[in-house]
Structure formats: C-alpha cells, structure tokens
Design a protein. Structure first.
Length: 334
C-alpha cells in the first residue's frame, strides 16, 4: 500500500524563489538600487555640514540594512519554527507504523538468521562427511606403514585379512570418493602383500640359518664328546703302560727322526688346501706294527682334536724340535 502525501502549497517554487518572496526582493531590490545611487555626489567631507550630510546618508542606508536583516531573521525564525513543526509531525506520523515495521523486520531477520544457521550446519555436516571419508582412505593407506612395522609374517597376514574384508564390503560407503578408496586399497594391498612375502622369505632364511647353527652345534658337541672319550682312553692307556727303559726311548726318537726325514722328502702343496688329504699323500701310511697307529691316523687325530686341516698338522710336525721332545719324554720317564 502506497501512502499519498498531500504536497504543501508553494512547493512548485524553488528555495531561492521562496527566499526572495519572503524578503520582497523584487520591490526591495529596486528601492535599494535607488538608495545606493542616491548619494553618489558625496565624495569628500570638508566641513561639519558635509559630515552631517554623509552621516545622514549612511544612517539611511543602515536603516535599510537593519530592516532587511530583521525581515530576514523573522523569516528564518518562522522557517525554523516550521522546520521543527515538520520534524515533529514527521515523528508523529512515523510512530504510527514504526513498531509494526520493526516487528516485521525482526521476523524477517530471524528467518534469515535461521536459514543462515541451517546453511552453515549443512556445510559443516558436509565437511565432516568428506573429512571422515578421507580419514578412512588414509587409514587404508596406513596399512602399508603398519605392515612395515610388523615383526612377523603372521601379523602382516592379519592386515591382509582386514584389507580383504574391506574389499569384500565394497566402496559404496565412500560415496563419490569410492574410486579413490578402491585405488588406495589396491595399491596398499600390493605393498602389504610384497612386505608379507619378504617377511616370509626372511623368516625362512632365519630358520634355515638357525637349523644349520643347531646342526653345527650338535656336530661340534658330538665331536667334542668323541675327543673327550678318546682323551680318556689315551689317559687310561698311558696309566696302564709301565715306564720304559732308556733304550725304548731312544728307539722312539729314531722312529720320529725317520718320520721327519720321510715327510721332508714330500713337501706340502698349496693345491691341497680346502680339501681332505688323501692317505696316499702321507708318508708311512702302513702300520709299522700292531701296537703303533699309522701316520695317517696320527695326523687325523691331531687335525680332529685341533679342528684344523691335515696340511696344517703336517706343518706343525715338520716344525717340531725332536731333540726337545725327546728330552721332555726322557724327563717324564726318569
């Protein structure tokens, strides 16, 4: 509904016209021009009479000026009163409808605020939805990091089972990010499967090494037991043997010297390193008699006892000081 305002009289006049009308400018202007030109002949005061004439003319102009100022002030005062009256009337009229306007604006603003809240809530919900989906995709990718930290293949196998379940459930819950989630799962599955294979190989290699170590330890223990048994038998045999006369000792020394001479005639070749020494390569491999072990048996026992190659035993024998050995043995029998 449009309110039709009744125009005030004289609104067709401009502000300047209305001001001129209030001061009667048309007639007053002509009178003022005449009054201003009336005393043009007074150009100099030379006596008292001239002063009085100039003073009278000035006072006449002053009265005209003050008269204009008074009329102008009265017009302004009236205009101010009118302006205040217009303002008061404006407020009275506005007061009739302003409360209703405020009420309706309040209703409108409340609706706008509610719509803004709903919009903001929807945006937050959408952000939360997208964030949750991205977090789920990140969790899928994180399986690769978890697999890399697993210490056993069984734990990695557990992660593979979980990824398999996720793939079986499908990617509908990821909505528009389903393709991204599927690609992340495929890539992660490949990485985790590769880590599982590597961990299996590592465990198998570790088991193989452990088995070899255990077998070597068992063999070593067996060899040590055999050596301990052999030492015990040798000790028992020595204890059972009575002291031999000096002639027997000299005979043993002669046998050692003959053995050294025989070995010196056949130097050890480096080509036999890393392989077992054949019996044909050793001197005097035949048994000298029923009570003496063969040279090969002597070398084998020493090599087994000290866990070295037979060629190393031969080097030791060649480096032996037979005189010192004989002296030591003679000292034992004295």
């Amino acid at each position: 509904m449009e309110i039709e305002m009744i125009e005030a009289p004289g609104t067709e006049l401009t502000v300047q016209d209305r001001a001129a009308l209030a001061l009667g400018s048309k007639q007053t202007e002509a009178d003022l021009h005449d009054l201003a030109a009336k005393n043009k002949d007074i150009v100099k005061v030379i006596d008292k009479s001239g002063r009085e004439q100039a003073h009278g003319a000035a006072m006449e102009l002053k009265r005209a000026r003050t008269s204009i100022e008074k009329v102008s002030k009265d017009a302004r005062d009236d205009a101010n009163k009118f302006s205040k009256a217009v303002i008061a009337e404006e407020k009275r009229l506005i007061a009739i409808i302003e409360p209703e306007e405020a009420r309706l604006v309040s209703l409108r603003d409340a609706w706008d605020a509610e719509q803004e809240r709903i919009k903001r809530q929807a945006e937050e919900k959408e952000r939360a939805r997208i964030t949750a989906i991205h977090q789920q995709i990140a969790e899928i990718r994180n399986y690769a990091a978890l697999a890399a930290q697993c210490r056993t293949a069984d734990r990695i196998a557990g992660l593979i089972e979980k990824l398999t379940v996720l793939r079986a459930e499908g990617f509908a819950s990821f909505q528009e990010f389903g393709t991204e989630a599927e690609q992340a799962l495929v890539t992660t599955m490949q990485t985790v499967t590769k880590l599982h294979t590597e961990k299996l190989d590592e465990e198998m290699e570790r088991a193989r090494v452990k088995a070899e170590q255990e077998a070597a330890a068992a063999k070593l223990a067996e060899e040590r037991a055999a050596l301990d048994k052999e030492k015990a038998e040798v000790a028992a045999a020595r204890a059972a043997v009575a002291p031999q006369p000096v002639a027997a000792v000299n005979e043993f020394e002669q046998e050692l010297q003959a053995f050294q001479a025989a070995v010196t005639q056949q130097p050890i070749s480096s080509t036999h390193a890393g392989s077992e020494t054949k019996a044909a390569d050793l001197p005097n491999t035949e048994k000298a008699n029923a009570t003496r072990p063969t040279d090969t048996e002597i070398v084998d026992v020493l090599a087994l006892h000290y866990r070295v190659h037979e060629s190393k035993v031969l080097e030791w024998l060649l480096a032996m000081d037979l005189d010192a050995v004989s002296a030591s043995i003679e000292a034992d029998f004295v």
